[in-house]
Design a protein around this ligand. Structure first.
Ligand code: GUN
Length: 291
């Protein structure tokens, strides 16, 4: 069993981006600039956005954090996004999800300029991605592909089972794994809350992407020997023995599943680390494609 070390691969991606950003600066070109919008004070969202802003600084990007109260009016938020679209210094825009109930995520995503949509959530980017055209690929699926590529994991002809059909992870990774690319050519089964015989389907999988957001859902009896397991879960579970009062749990029961795997991602230190590296890659692309 080999651990897919997301922290290590993410660091390699970030080191390379730092070198390329240093070169941009030395050539007098524009420094990439990411705008992050955070609405409310959801604990997990605060952590993710803080981590994104910190990573920008490590690579040498500029970043701007824009915060709104949870009660913000939708129009006010949409107007701010429009301002960011019109601001030539801003290369990439991300609005951290989820958003409070009074705000339509669909309207927010549709308002972000597709050229600055480094999360890859805009319908124009999703549409291009599906057709295999150049597009911003959502950060978590992109991070998973970078991990598969780094460890030279063969995907061609493999049966990949994706559990979870979210727009952010499950659906896009199911499409990417099925495409005719170096990290694709899988036969993909996309499972969700209405799937029958989930265990039997998982037992046929060569690769499992667990992205349903249920802590320790995938257990050893659901996987065959030699499987590759990608755990996308990052749920906070109350744990009074921890200083913060919670532990981070993946969607995979790691201790029992890992011994059966050829490769597995740990939580933390697996997919989560890669998500930020992939976002940084998209931000570099956004800044340099404009020039
Ligand atoms: N919430 C959970 N994952 C993501 C992500 O990749 N981007 C944004 N903007 N919000 C998220």
């Amino acid at each position: 069993m080999q651990i897919l070390d997301g922290k290590l691969v993410a660091q390699a991606v970030k080191n390379e981006l730092k070198l390329k950003t240093d070169t941009l600066k030395a050539q007098g070109k524009k420094t990439p600039h990411l705008a992050a919008v955070l609405v409310g004070n959801n604990g997990a969202s605060e952590t993710y956005v803080a981590s994104k802003v910190k990573t920008c600084a490590e690579i040498g990007y500029h970043s701007t954090l824009i915060r709104f109260e949870a009660t913000v009016d939708e129009q006010v938020l949409l107007q701010k996004i429009q301002e960011l679209n019109d601001d030539d210094d801003i290369d990439g825009i991300l609005v951290q999800l989820p958003l409070p109930k009074q705000i339509s995520e669909e309207k927010v995503i549709n308002t972000i300029s597709a050229q600055k949509d480094v999360d890859g959530f805009h319908p124009a980017n999703i549409g291009k991605m599906i057709q295999g055209q150049p597009a911003y690929i959502p950060a978590t699926p992109y991070g998973i592909l970078l991990l598969l590529e780094h460890y030279k994991i063969e995907t061609k002809g493999k049966h990949a089972v994706v559990i979870g059909r979210s727009n952010i992870v499950g659906r896009p990774i199911s499409i990417l794994l099925s495409q005719n690319t170096a990290t694709g050519n899988c036969t993909v089964t996309l499972c969700h809350s209405h799937t029958r015989n989930l265990k039997e389907i998982c037992l046929q999988a060569d690769i499992i992407v667990a992205a349903l957001g249920k802590p320790e859902f995938l257990t050893a009896d659901m996987v065959k020997d030699g499987v590759v397991v990608i755990d996308v879960g990052i749920t906070r579970v109350e744990d009074k023995t921890k200083k913060k009062g919670y532990a981070i749990k993946g969607d995979v029961q790691y201790d029992t599943v890992a011994p059966k795997c050829s490769y597995i991602t740990p939580v933390p230190g697996g997919v989560g680390a890669m998500t930020i590296a992939a976002l940084m890659q998209n931000t570099y692309l956004a800044a340099t494609q404009k020039q």
